[in-house]
Design a binder for this molecule. Sequence first.
Ligand SMILES: Nc1nc2c(c(=O)[nH]1)N[C@H]1C(S)=C(S)[C@@H](COP(=O)(O)OP(=O)(O)OC[C@H]3O[C@@H](n4cnc5c(=O)[nH]c(N)nc54)[C@H](O)[C@@H]3O)O[C@H]1N2
Ligand SMILES: Nc1nc2c(c(=O)[nH]1)N[C@H]1C(S)=C(S)[C@@H](COP(=O)(O)OP(=O)(O)OC[C@H]3O[C@@H](n4cnc5c(=O)[nH]c(N)nc54)[C@H](O)[C@@H]3O)O[C@H]1N2
Ligand code: SF4
Ligand SMILES: [Mo]
Length: 732
Amino acid sequence: MTKSKRRTARTVCALCEAGCGLLVELDGGRPVAVTGDPDDVTSQGYICPKGAELLRLEEDPDRLRQPMARTRSGDFEPISWHEALERSVEGITRLQRRYGKDSVAVHLGTVQVHKHGVVLMLDALKSVLDTRNWTGVSSQDTSARFVSAHHVYGSAFALAVPDIDRTDFFLCIGGNPLASNGSMMTAPNMKRRLRDVQRRGGEVVVVDPRRTETAQRADEHIAIRPGTDAALLLSMVQVLATDGRIDTAAVEKLADGWHEVVAKLGAFTPERVGPFCRVAPERIRSLARRFADAPSSVAYSRMGPGNARYATLTCYAIELLNLVAGRLGVEGGWMFPTPAIDTVRLARITGADGIGRRHSRVRGLPETVGELPATILAEEIETPGEGQVRGLLCFAANPVLASPNGRRLDRALARLDFMVAVDVYVNETTRHADIILPPASLLSEPHVDLYFAGFNVRNAMRWTEPVIPKGPDEKLDAEILLELVERLGGGLTAVAPVDAVIRALGYRPTPEHLASAALRLGPYGDLFGLRRDGLNAEKVKQTEGGIDLGPLQPGVSRRVFHPDGRLHLSSLPILDEIDRLDTAVAPPPAGEMLLIGRRHLRSNNSWMHNVQGLVSGRERSALLIHPDDAKRLGLERASEAWLSSKVHEGRVDIEVSDEVMPGVVSLPHGFGHQSVASWQRVAGALAGVSANDWTDDQAVENLAGQSILNGVVVDVRPVPEPQHQETDTTTS
Ligand SMILES: Nc1nc2c(c(=O)[nH]1)N[C@H]1C(S)=C(S)[C@@H](COP(=O)(O)OP(=O)(O)OC[C@H]3O[C@@H](n4cnc5c(=O)[nH]c(N)nc54)[C@H](O)[C@@H]3O)O[C@H]1N2
Ligand SMILES: Nc1nc2c(c(=O)[nH]1)N[C@H]1C(S)=C(S)[C@@H](COP(=O)(O)OP(=O)(O)OC[C@H]3O[C@@H](n4cnc5c(=O)[nH]c(N)nc54)[C@H](O)[C@@H]3O)O[C@H]1N2
Ligand code: SF4
Ligand SMILES: [Mo]
């Protein structure tokens, strides 16, 4: 018997923002085990259950491995790559020739930012498709933060992170890093990092309507009424201002507009906003004072308020609080990473970081960093007229479960003339596609730290080679996009003359060529040999586990892009939104019930539900309801309830739990897979409904057009008589 050949290879997990380093054990070239890489500079051996199940995800028999075409009967059958790509391009070109460029929309899911190759391909795709209907998940994720950064710093990508490893006081507002592994904060093993804050004698305070996994480990949990965080934060600033705890001279040295803002803060006293937020005024006051008095502190907010009514204003108020408390750009505070590939500067040069330069046809919603809000998709498909959307390229996204009013979108997608999806599953969205193009295994991808290095809580750079070669008939996501671009007549650099010269020379650049050049020209780069000790791709690849580039660097000016070099605190849209919030501040109506979301460590949005190891155990898709509400509504002993919102009503499983505050119910998004049970056998057999059946595509936040997915007004009652049917109340 010959001894099998075992070896280990390194890669980086692309399943979430933490980007943990992985060691993949190979037996005769076949991956057999995945563990955390102890040498990885970013994750130091940490791995979560999703990363540990990576091979199960990859080996899922229901995962697509060849291009699929939808048949007349609505089924799918495999076709060749050549035919799939030709038909995709033919479908897109036919519509664009006949109905104009805008007739084909694009929708991008969150996977895009995890793959450097895709990020670097998007300009080329954008340029060749030239459609205004370029949409994606940002409006359910980061757009509000981008818009706030644009106003304050002059670039949507001027994004600070909490210096979590040096802070003495971490104020976490509407983020649950123990489930999400951290977002817009690349920091694997948040459990350890939070414990370290406490071990240093510091404090962790979580503001969340639910006593989350993170809140349970915090020193203090403040339950807040959904959608009111901006008022709480402005109130904290108001307290510091009236206490005289603000170094006004220091603020004015960095920023313009403090006077205009402070003049508006009188409306946000803790006594006034307390009932609105359902937080005792004394708690707000004490929180503000402890935040200011701690040796160092940082305020951070994420998806909770980020997908609620005052999303952009909340992000702005985080900037304001960190600034006036003297926490911006200082150790233990709110600091700017210095990534080796400076995507912020690249975006500045290409203008990719702008906002509001185009608006959608039907509702006039603004673009943010090139993307129109995802909520426009259904209405743009349904509404006749010039520019009506008739075709869709959907990249790694499942908007039927991830976008508000998913049922309306589901019906709209069925009306498309043509749809192509790049995805690994037939799911609730891709089931409408004419063609599905599945990428090769994640283990066949090279990895270059690109987008998320901009959120590192400690600067680092990693570049790994593919762990396994891709099969002869497999393509990476970026390669699929590049082939589509080339067949549509474009090229990688998106600059037509440059691409023409490159083609004439018979040269075919890859995203890695672009990344390599950007690294060499970046802040630590070797400047193509001019700086001998500088970095280049080879050096990074040869350093096992990546290169540590040190703690975050103090300073602010390198991320201020307003021509006057100052932060702007009083942009008109921001001041107007403060006025609107001021008008809205009032105690909640009696009996109010607000719906919020929830994430689970073993899941990722709408996918990873088809692997038994990730879905076994207690059901996770039930509606959490507080015991007081359950009692009041006659649901104490019920296992189900009837949930209604403006757009939908239907049955949900319930779980009575004091984890959620009274007046709030919580339902995770991304469930409800019954319609694809024949394509995803494990997921299809799960219980659960899609939270986004109840969220409203027409309700958006004012500044970014951000979706409102948290703090949705709902009604909960016992399940009515059997003849009562589930209904959608939207017309389409
Ligand atoms: N395991 C796992 N990891 C993930 C994901 C996943 O689905 N599963 N998704 C990934 C993605 S796409 C993202 S963007 C990140 C998100 O990362 P996080 O933002 O850290 O994750 P969430 O669980 O959405 O945290 C939002 C929290 O806000 C609370 N909340 C809801 N409404 C409000 C409100 O109005 N105010 C306040 N203060 N809190 C509120 C919720 O109860 C919840 O605890 O996670 C990423 N990582
Ligand atoms: N109610 C509510 N709704 C929400 C949220 C919420 O908190 N509450 N969160 C929002 C947020 S933050 C986000 S980011 C969105 C997420 O919205 P989406 O990005 O649309 O959702 P995912 O489920 O992450 O979709 C991932 C898709 O990519 C496919 N996929 C997985 N791996 C690969 C790959 O390597 N290549 C390709 N081509 N495809 C792949 C999966 O099969 C799946 O179809 O959801 C949003 N929706
Ligand atoms: S936390 Fe888990 S899913 Fe996220 S990168 Fe690390 S191993 Fe992957
Ligand atoms: Mo997200």
